[in-house]
Design a protein around this ligand. Sequence first.
Ligand SMILES: *[C@@H]1O[C@H](CO)[C@@H](O)[C@H](O)[C@H]1NC(C)=O
Ligand SMILES: *[C@@H]1O[C@H](CO)[C@@H](O)[C@H](O)[C@H]1NC(C)=O
Ligand SMILES: *[C@@H]1O[C@H](CO)[C@@H](O)[C@H](O)[C@H]1NC(C)=O
Length: 203
Amino acid sequence: MEGEMANVATIRVLPSAFLVFFLLFTSFFLASGAEEAESHGVFRRTLDQKLMGLKKEKLTHFRLYWQEVVSGKNPTSIRVIQPVNGSQVLLGLVQIFDNALTLGPDPDSKMVGRAQGFVIQPDQNEIALLKAENFVFVEGKYNGSAITILGRNSVANTVREMPIVGGSGLFRFARGYVQLRTHAFNNETLDTILEYNVYVLHY
Ligand SMILES: *[C@@H]1O[C@H](CO)[C@@H](O)[C@H](O)[C@H]1NC(C)=O
Ligand SMILES: *[C@@H]1O[C@H](CO)[C@@H](O)[C@H](O)[C@H]1NC(C)=O
Ligand SMILES: *[C@@H]1O[C@H](CO)[C@@H](O)[C@H](O)[C@H]1NC(C)=O
């Protein structure tokens, strides 16, 4: 008898306990959601890629010439920290640059962008530079858009490869790589022309 009554009581208690719990739970989430929206705006949402203009990823190849001028009155590349005294491999060197990117190997050919960045020489055994640079375009539809490159440039190799780690403007979500080779090195002025082949995936 007592057992039966206890069962009946349990049956009555269960739905109401559930209802209270449910109401508390939902009001908690509704309240915190409203509070969040009021105080911080949208914290997280899933966006439609197509509405963001990200329809189809494409692969673009650019061939550019990187004009480094260290000589004369208007150098575009300057050593800002000297290597460790006596280092055969220029350990510790830091050099910053704002070099022209041209369509042809001739320094007077059309400039379409600038390569802005720096190199550090961290390798103790060979000249293998840590290079960080932005290729910012100044022409046509790419004007103002930039590709960011970060990698290792071992100058003893004929072809060097560095990753593209991102980009802005038309290069949002960019990834890819560049291959570079020395097109010309003037052993008197020490000016260098590199050929860059850029392979970039972007939208
Ligand atoms: C560099 O090292 C050489 C000899 O090892 C020394 O004569 C010279 O003074 C050093 N230069 C500097 C800037 O420390
Ligand atoms: C590139 O963009 C800059 C800044 O918006 C503008 O001043 C310049 O005229 C543009 N150059 C070309 C070639 O469109
Ligand atoms: C510079 O290059 C020229 C031609 O390529 C060569 O004849 C000359 O020996 C080089 N000079 C030095 C200092 O390496």
